[in-house]
Design a protein around this ligand. Sequence first.
Ligand SMILES: [Zn+2]
Length: 164
Amino acid sequence: MNKFFSRRNFILIPFVSFFKILFNTQKVYAASKDSLNDWSFSKDEWRERLSPETFYILREEGTERPFTSSLNDEKREGEFKCAGCNQALFLSKHKYDSGTGWPSFWDHITNAIDTKIDFKLIVPRTEYHCSQCGGHQGHVFNDGPNPTGKRYCNNGLALIFVPD
Ligand SMILES: [Zn+2]
């Protein structure tokens, strides 16, 4: 108890309370940002937020033509973020040249993407999307390099590159 009532703690306590209030306020803000409702816009709301090309890919599971994305040649250090909600999905260290004409990655940032099976080409494929806003990013295949053996074949329009 003596320790608790030391002069140092008397000075610190108001500071701790202050930061507690600050932290709690931010927590409420962050939680409301992350809640499902905040990213569950209607199709029309998404259409207003995105360019027609990006809307087609992110919200209608479209695929851009190969060799059209400037991100194919992006080799700088940095992060690849979702064009719908800005969540970081891939790091530059995950990127490799697959020769397919789409930006390709052998891994992603933990918990940044979710997958589902789609049957658009009759043969089942594993679709993946941003875990925060649900925006479609691309398909994942099992012909990637080590250590994962995965190829995350991504639409360049669905990503925004932010250099370090
Ligand atoms: Zn997103």
